[in-house]
Design a protein around this ligand. Sequence first.
Ligand SMILES: [Zn+2]
Length: 452
Amino acid sequence: MPTLIRGGHVVTSAQGRLPAVIADGAVLVEGDLIAEVGDYPALRAAHPAAEVVGGPHDILTAGFVNTHGHFSEGLITGMAEEYTLWEWLEALIHRVDPHLDRQMAEVGTLMSGVQMLRSGITTTNDMFCSDPGRDAPLTPGVVNALDLLGLRGVLSFGAGDVGSDRGIEAEFEEHEALREAVAGSRRSLFRVGVGAVGGQSDAMFARSVAYATGLGVGVHIHLQEVREEVTATFQARGVTPTRFCAREGLFAAPTIAAHCVWVDRHDRELFAEHRVGVAHNPVSNMILASGAAPVAEFRALGVDVGIGVDGAASNDSQDMIQAIKAASLLARVHHQQATAMSAAEALELATIGGARALRLEESIGSLEVGKQADLVRFDGESPALACTHDPVQAVVNIAGSREVADVWVGGERVLRDGEVATVDVAEVVARARPLAAELVARAGLHHLSGWR
Ligand SMILES: [Zn+2]
């Protein structure tokens, strides 16, 4: 039976073919696809048997596309706030890297994934950053968790051989294990992760390029998040990380690059030339004091920009609505202009912009016929949204996760009246607590943690 999802305001994120906002509209979902989008009364009359969800005051948007995150950080949230990126990597992330196991990968993903669903994320682009699994590959645990949640994943392993005693083969075994698990998954896609240019030897980088281009899959990389990275690569390789990627052929694979804060004009032009997508992570960039990415400059060049929540150890929330608002606010502070990024632009980045940056705009990112039925229903009965004048400003500047009533991924209602419908959240939490304590103990991080 088809479902007719109704909203007083249907914010389509469609560009050109549909109005940006349809008043008293609805989306007809058949199977996993959007079958029709239009006026509610007309669709209701044409489909009298359809189940109706939603009401005349609700707001519907396309599902949010989170363009950058790390499920490897799901159990180490809210620690080590006083560091900038490289210090933070040393104090926290690299301490944890050798100690993750597959169960931690799965439960950490469930913990982050639940928060993502509650904030309207329907697709998440992740890079699992850790040492390769010792006893067994870790990343199949991520795939398993996303299949349980019903969340759509674009999944990569953030490989790097510099400073590792494991060798290049172990890194590629983890890639392959992830690729195999994704092939059997419900909704996930595989990408080749390159942790960062500085994390790979020349030999490994060349192999990463050949691996991605040979398979015809995309790449997920961190690029020029902090000045130190640019300086170090310039000293070691004579060019910026972006120029190095272009020169060595990485951008022949569809690439999404996270952060891109410390980029110059030539770097930005290379992004445009090679259609590299940018994952902008405003909250994480503020927490780590990395800076403000030049989003307006990228967009002026036609570069596709999406928004990311980033990992649960650097944001530390996994709340997309907060990240969308932060994108708009950070741009305003950065440029000292109230017009620097409107709510509409921030919402565009979070939906169709992110889909484009991942080159998935044909199947997700907007409420249009033929696309995957990935939708968010915001509760118009909530006091925060009950007097909505502008639905876009309402979603970006007023709403929080508590206003997210329903989420559909591929037509499956994975969040129902504010509750995750696919997993038992209390059970996930009960599994996570001892694992988080164990991970902190294994990594020797008691000095950073309240677990004493
Ligand atoms: Zn990252």
